[in-house]
Design a protein around this ligand. Sequence first.
Ligand SMILES: Cc1cc2nc3c(=O)[nH]c(=O)nc-3n(C[C@H](O)[C@H](O)[C@H](O)COP(=O)(O)O)c2cc1C
Ligand code: SF4
Length: 516
Amino acid sequence: MRATRRPSTIVGKANAGKPDKRPLGIPVICDRVVQMACKLVIEPIFEQTEIVDCDIRGFFENVDHNILLKLVRRRISDPRVLMLISGWLQVARDYMRGPASINELREMLEGLGISLPITENTSILGETVDVGNRISPNRFVALPMEGADCDMDGSPTGLTFRRYERMAAGGAGIIWLEACAVAHGGRSKANAFFLQKSNLAMYKELVDRMRNAASQDIICILQLTHSGRYSKPGGEPKPVMVRHCPELDEAENLPDDYPLATDRFLDELVNSYVEAAVLAQQAGFDGVDVKACHGYLVSSLLGAHERKGKYGGSYEHRTRFLKDVITAIHKQCPSLLVTVRLNIFDGMRYPYGFGVSNTNPEVPDLEEPIRLVKQLGAMNVALLGVSMGYPRFDPHFGRPSATGQTEHPLVGIKRFCDLTGQVQAAIPGIPVVNAALAWVEAAFPQVAAGLVESRATQLIGQGRNGIAYPDSVRDILETNTFSRNACCVACSGCSRLLRDGKHVGCIVRDKSVYNA
Ligand SMILES: Cc1cc2nc3c(=O)[nH]c(=O)nc-3n(C[C@H](O)[C@H](O)[C@H](O)COP(=O)(O)O)c2cc1C
Ligand code: SF4
C-alpha cells in the first residue's frame, strides 16, 4: 500500500471552549492505514521517554520542523519511517501554498464551487490612477507592513531604509508606509515608527531615498495610528482602551474594570493626529492615512456600541472620531492627501464589532461600512484601503496564513474580493485598494487584472509580497511574469517575528537578513 500524503479535505475543527477553529486535514483511507502502521512502530520507542502532558498553542505551525526531525532521527533510523514522517510534515506545510498556474486556480475554484474574475491580458494593471490631486503611475500599492526596526525614538534605521528602498525600486506606484504612532503612548512597540520634530530629518531622508530608488513619480503615504488596546510604547503592554470586549480582554489578560480612555483624552488626540500630519507633510509625504483597521484605537471605536458619551453608542457617535480627525487634517494641511484604511468587517460578535451581523459574527453586514465609506468619499478622502478581521484574533479574515486558518484560503479571498467590490461600487470615483491576493501566487497578475476589469477595485495592494518579492510589480509590468519561486508562501514567519519583538522581514525570501 502506498501513502498519498495528501489530505482528502481540510475542515475547520472547533477548539474546545475557544471561539476559533483550527484546520484539520482528513487523510484518505490508505494514508490512515499507513499512519496507523507508523504509529504502531514509533509509539513504543517514544513511550520510553518521560512525557510532559501539556497543550501548546498552534504547536504544528510554530514548532521548528527541522529540529523536530533531528530529534526523531535520534530515536529512529529506519529510512522508510523517516521518509514518511518528513513527507507528512512537508505536505502540511505545502497545504498553505497557492496555485502554481491559472489552470490550477481554475480547478481549485471549480472544486469549491466559487469564482473569481481572471483576465489573461494584464496590461490594465499598468494604467495610471488619479489619487486625489496626484497620479499613481500604475495600479499597485505596497501595503503598510510594520518592520519593528526603528530606534527607540522612532527614527528609521539602516534596516528601515533598506526595506523601503527595495519596495520603492520594486515598481509599485503607491508606497503606503507602516503604522506610525501619533503619540508615544500609542506606539505598538518600543521600535515602532514615531515621527517627531526631533527626528523629522530622518523621515525626510527616508522619503528622499524612496523617491531616488523609484524609477517613477511615486506617491508616499504615511499611516497614522494610535495602537489603543495594543499599545506597548516601551515594549511592555500599556493598553489604552476605548471599549471592552470579553474575548479580546481575556486574550490580553485585561480585567473587566480596566479604565476606558475619556472623551477628553480622545478630543485631545485629534490634535495629535493633526500635529503628526503637519510633520508628515514637512517630511515630504504626499499624504497621511488614518488607520481605522485591525482593532487599533480608531477601529475599536467604530465597534464601541456599548461605550457611553460622544464617541460610543450610535453610528454617528462611533464614527465621530475618525471624521473629526479627517476634517481637522484637511483644515490644517489642505494640500495633503488623506486616506483611510478601514476594517469593513471585524468578524467579532455583536455588539463588539463593526460591519458584522448582529446574530452571527462570521457574517458581514455592510450597511454601516457602506454608509461610512460614502461619507468619507464626500469628505474628499483620496483613497480607501479595505481590510478585515483583527490579526491578533481572527487573522484569516484579512489574509490566509499558516496560523489560525479555519477555511480554504480561496473562500476567504472570495469573501474579501466580493466585499471590496461592494465598497468600490459605493464610491466609484475614489480608488479602493484590494489587499487579498497574495495567496493566489502564480495567478496573482491575472486575478488582479480580472478584479480591476470587473470594477471590483481600482488598486491592487501587496503586503507580504512587498517584503518577500518587492520586484514583483516590475516583473508583472515589464515582462508579464510572476515568479512562484520568489513570492510569499504565507508561512506567517514575518507575523511571528513581529509578535516576538524581532525585526520584521521575509524569513523565506530574504533569509540572509532575517531569520526565525
Ligand atoms: C508583519 C506584518 C505587519 C503589518 N503591518 C501593518 C501595518 O503597519 N498597518 C496595516 O494597516 N497593516 C499591516 N499589516 C497588514 C498588511 O498590510 C496586509 O493587509 C496583510 O498582510 C494582507 O495582505 P498580504 O496577504 O498581501 O500580505 C501587516 C501585516 C503583517 C504580516
Ligand atoms: S515570512 Fe515571507 S513567505 Fe512567510 S509569510 Fe512573511 S513574507 Fe510570506
